[in-house]
Design a protein. Structure first.
Length: 491
RNA sequence: GGCGCGUUCGUCUAGAGGCCCAGGACGCCGCCCUUUCAAGGCGGAGAUCGGGGGUUCGAAUCCCCCACGCGCUACCA
C-alpha cells in the first residue's frame, strides 16, 4: 500500500486543521497497514504559488510527528515530488489523450467563457463548457495551436453513469450527462489538479488516497480519466468536512487557521493528534484518549464516519491540559523554561533563572491548559518592585472595603515580618498566614485574595505560600508595603 | 437552479433488528477536597435517535417519501 498526502502551497496559507487532519488519516492508514506514506507538493497554480508555505507543510507535519517515507528530502523511486518538476509527464499524457480522441485543444477565450457562464446563468441552465472546440479538425487544431494560446480539455463521456466506490461512503453514482469537458492542461502548460492527480497517483503507484469531501463531486472526472488512459484508479476515501461553530465548512475565519498557530499558542502535538484523530473517526465506544502510536496501530478507514464534524476548541483545550499533566518531569521543566524565555517581558533577563523555573514548574502543571498561559502566571517572580495593581483590585473580594484590605495587609506584615530569612520557606510562611485569621477575624479563604493581588498582581494564580517562598522575604514584604501605601492613599 | 453528501445528548461520537425507555468523552450543574485558581473524586441534568409512512412479533438500526443542512458547480486546489 502506498498512500499520499498532497499540499498546494498558496496564499490561502499554511496547512490548516482540515489539511492536517487529512494528512493524519492518510499517515495512520499507511502505518496501520504497513504501507508507505508519501508527500507530494502540488505547485501547479503558478499565480498563487507561495514558496514559504512549502516550508510550513514540512514544519506542520514534523511538529506532529507525521514523518513521510517518501517525498521532499526523502527521495525514493517515485521522485520528484514537486509537480512543477513533473511537467513532461502531464504533457505526454495530454498528447496521448488528444491522439486517442479523448481530449482536444480549446481556444476559447476567458471572455467567451465568462459570457457563456453568464448566459447559462440567465437561462437558469447549469454552467459548463458548451463544447465549441470539441469537434475541431485535428489539422486545424494543430495549426491554430502554433499561433494562439490554448488549453486542453478532456472529452467527458456523456452517456451512462460513473460510479465511485468510496472507501467511506460506498458506491456513489454520478450522471455522466451532467458532466462537462474540464480543462486538464492550462494555457501556461501546467496541469490542473484533475490531470495531475491522476497522472501522479498512477506514476507514484498510489493505491489509496484520502481527501476532503469537497472533492467528491470531481471524482467522476478522475475516474473517467483513469478509464480513458486504461489505468487502474486509486481507491478514494472522502473524509467528511470539518465544520465551524456556524456549521459551515471550517473557514480560516472560524478556526481553520494554520496548524502552526496552534503550536505557537501552546498546544501540544499529542493533544492536536488526539483531537484530530477523533474528528470523524473512533476506535470504539469508550476510548477518547489516544496516542499517535496507538493510532498508527489501530486506525481503520472503515471506522471513519461519513458525516461532518463541528470543530470544538474546548475539547482541544481539555486534551491539551491532559497531556500537559501527563508530561514527564524533565520535559515539563524544559517546556516551562522555553515558554518563559519566549513570552516573559523583554525586561526580564534571558535565559530566565532556571532555579526559579524548577521551583514554579510543579505549581503550574494543573493550572495551565495552553503553554502561553505560563508566562502571565509567573511574571510576578521576575523583578523586585510590586506588580501593577490598584487599591480597587486589592479590595475587590472584600466588597471594596479599603479599610478591611488595609487591615489584612497590616496583619500580613505583622505575621510575616518575624519569619527570619533562613526560615523563609513554605511551612513557616503558611503557619504565619494562617495565624492571621484571628487578627483579622476572617477565614483564610476570604482574605487571601488581598495577598494574591499584593504579591502577584492578580486575584488568583499559583499557590500563595509557595509563591512567597520563591519570591523571597525581602521582595514579599516590600510588595506588602507597597500595597499598604496604595490602600492608605485610596482610603 | 442542478448534482452529490449528510441528519443519534449543546459538541465529538458508540450503535450494523431484540444486549438501547440509547453507552462514552468534552462542556454544563451540584457536592467533596482546598490558601486563590485549577486539578482530582463523586453525583446529576442532557438525545421521544430530523419528520412521516412502511417491513417485522420487535427498528436508532432495513425500505420509501418529505424536510432541513452542507459541499461542488474556475485555465484554484
Amino acid at each position: 500500500m502506498i498512500v499520499r498526502t498532497r499540499y498546494a502551497p498558496s496564499p490561502t496559507g499554511d496547512p490548516t486543521i482540515g489539511n492536517i487532519r487529512t494528512a493524519l488519516f492518510t499517515w495512520a492508514l499507511a502505518r496501520a497497514n504497513g504501507g508507505t506514506f508519501l508527500l507530494r507538493i502540488e505547485d501547479t497554480d503558478r499565480k498563487r504559488l507561495v514558496e514559504t508555505s512549502v516550508q510550513a507543510i514540512y514544519d506542520s507535519l514534523r511538529w506532529l510527528g507525521l514523518e513521510w517515507d517518501e517525498g521532499p528530502g526523502v527521495d525514493g523511486i517515485h521522485a520528484p515530488y514537486f509537480q512543477s518538476q513533473r511537467l513532461p509527464l502531464y504533457e505526454k499524457t495530454a498528447e496521448t489523450l488528444i491522439a486517442k480522441g479523448r481530449a482536444y485543444r480549446c481556444f476559447c477565450t476567458a471572455e467567451r467563457l465568462d459570457r457563456l457562464r453568464a448566459e447559462q446563468a440567465a437561462r437558469k441552465q447549469p454552467p459548463g463548457y458548451d463544447g465549441l472546440c470539441r469537434e475541431l479538425e485535428p489539422e486545424a487544431s494543430l495549426r491554430r495551436a502554433r499561433a494562439a494560446p490554448f488549453v486542453v480539455r478532456f472529452k467527458m463521456n456523456r452517456d451512462g453513469v460513473t460510479v465511485l466506490d468510496d472507501l467511506i461512503r460506498g458506491p456513489v453514482t454520478f450522471e455522466n450527462a451532467l458532466q462537462d469537458d474540464f480543462v486538464m492542461l492550462k494555457s501556461d502548460g501546467y496541469p490542473t489538479y484533475h490531470l495531475a492527480v491522476v497522472v501522479d497517483d498512477t506514476e507514484m503507484e498510489i493505491t489509496h488516497a484520502v481527501r476532503g469531501d469537497e472533492w467528491i463531486s470531481s471524482a467522476p472526472k478522475h475516474l473517467q480519466l483513469y478509464e480513458a488512459l486504461g489505468w487502474t484508479p486509486t481507491r478514494f476515501a472522502h473524509l467528511p468536512l470539518i465544520l465551524g461553530p456556524d456549521k459551515k465548512k471550517l473557514s480560516k475565519r472560524m478556526g481553520d487557521t494554520a496548524i502552526l498557530d496552534y503550536r505557537d499558542k501552546g498546544y501540544l502535538p499529542e493533544a492536536m493528534i488526539n483531537f484530530l484523530a477523533f474528528l470523524g473517526w473512533s476506535l470504539d465506544d469508550k476510548t477518547s484518549l489516544i496516542t499517535i502510536e496507538e493510532l498508527a496501530e489501530r486506525f481503520s478507514v472503515e471506522r471513519v464516519v461519513p458525516n461532518p464534524a463541528v470543530f470544538d476548541i474546548e475539547r482541544l483545550d481539555f486534551l491539551n491540559g491532559h497531556y500537559i499533566r501527563e508530561m514527564d518531569e524533565t520535559r515539563w521543566l524544559t517546556t516551562v523554561a522555553d515558554w518563559c524565555d519566549r513570552r516573559l517581558p523583554r525586561s526580564v533577563r534571558r535565559p530566565v533563572d532556571r532555579g526559579v523555573i524548577s521551583a514554579v514548574a510543579p505549581l503550574l502543571r494543573e493550572r495551565v491548559k495552553r503553554l502561553d498561559q505560563i508566562a502571565p502566571l509567573v511574571e510576578f517572580l521576575f523583578g523586585f518592585e510590586a506588580p501593577e495593581h490598584t487599591a480597587v483590585e486589592l479590595a475587590d473580594r472584600l466588597a471594596g472595603d479599603y479599610a478591611l484590605a488595609l487591615a489584612v495587609v497590616d496583619a500580613a506584615l505583622l505575621a510575616l515580618d518575624p519569619v527570619p530569612e533562613e526560615r523563609w520557606e513554605r511551612e513557616p510562611i503558611e503557619a504565619a498566614v494562617r495565624g492571621m485569621e484571628a487578627a483579622v477575624s476572617m477565614k483564610l479563604g476570604k482574605f487571601v485574595s488581598v495577598l494574591y493581588v499584593a504579591e502577584m498582581g492578580r486575584g488568583q494564580g499559583i499557590p500563595l505560600f509557595d509563591s512567597l517562598a520563591i519570591l523571597g522575604r525581602e521582595r514579599s514584604l516590600h510588595r506588602l508595603r507597597t500595597a499598604r501605601a496604595r490602600l492608605e492613599h485610596a482610603g
